[in-house]
Design a protein around this ligand. Structure first.
Ligand SMILES: [Zn+2]
Length: 194
């Protein structure tokens, strides 16, 4: 622990002298730990936070790909990185049309959501050497849909040993790569796949 003598005693009893005490810093200490998440900057800088009543999946196609984190655009549906990824490369496939339920989607929308999902798997296998995927839709807020009013299919790449205790004890996910970097890589690989 740091104390006023500026000696630091490690967990094994080793004492290190001359350590600067944080009590001398120009800051207000509090009870919170910080997990720095620079990937959130893409979200903040580009002002993607939708206003009250606005649907982010309706707004995204009207924005440039890099700002909206879009990796591919089809005729009836498009693919973007999830702003709140479970893993790096977590993609969402959305119809352009604001429709909530899978059974309300047209045949064209269902077909393109399916083919975009297949391409996404092939692309992620190349870019991220995935070991597996979780693919699915949460239908309705009760089922876990964050944005329940606009259909979206999750594609979550999985690797052996990618799960850890963070989400359980702290409702926190540690993500090793920034969203903008991952988007550029997937979009380039997507163009090569088509
Ligand atoms: Zn919408």
């Amino acid at each position: 622990m740091l104390d006023d003598t500026n000696d630091y005693t490690d967990y094994d009893g080793t004492v290190y002298g001359g350590v600067e005490s944080s009590s001398n810093f120009a800051a207000v200490p509090d009870a919170f730990q910080r997990l720095w998440t620079p990937h959130r900057l893409a979200y903040i800088e580009h002002g993607q936070m939708p206003g009250e009543g606005e649907c982010p999946f309706c707004l995204a196609p009207g924005m440039p790909d890099d700002e909206a984190l879009i990796v591919a655009r089809g005729t009836h549906a498009y693919v973007l990185l999830n702003l709140y990824p479970y893993n790096s490369g977590h993609l969402l496939v959305c119809p352009y049309r604001h429709v909530a339920s899978y059974d309300e989607a047209t045949a064209d929308e269902v077909n393109e959501i399916a083919s975009l999902t297949q391409t996404a798997m092939r692309v992620l296998s190349v870019t991220s050497r995935t070991h597996g995927f979780n693919i699915g839709m949460n239908q309705g807020r009760i089922a876990g849909a964050g944005i329940a009013d606009h259909l979206h299919q999750h594609i979550v790449p999985r690797w052996a040993l990618d799960a850890n205790f963070f989400p359980i004890i702290a409702r926190t996910k540690a993500l090793p790569r920034l969203l903008g970097e991952v988007r550029a890589e997937i979009a380039a690989a997507w163009a090569a796949e088509e």
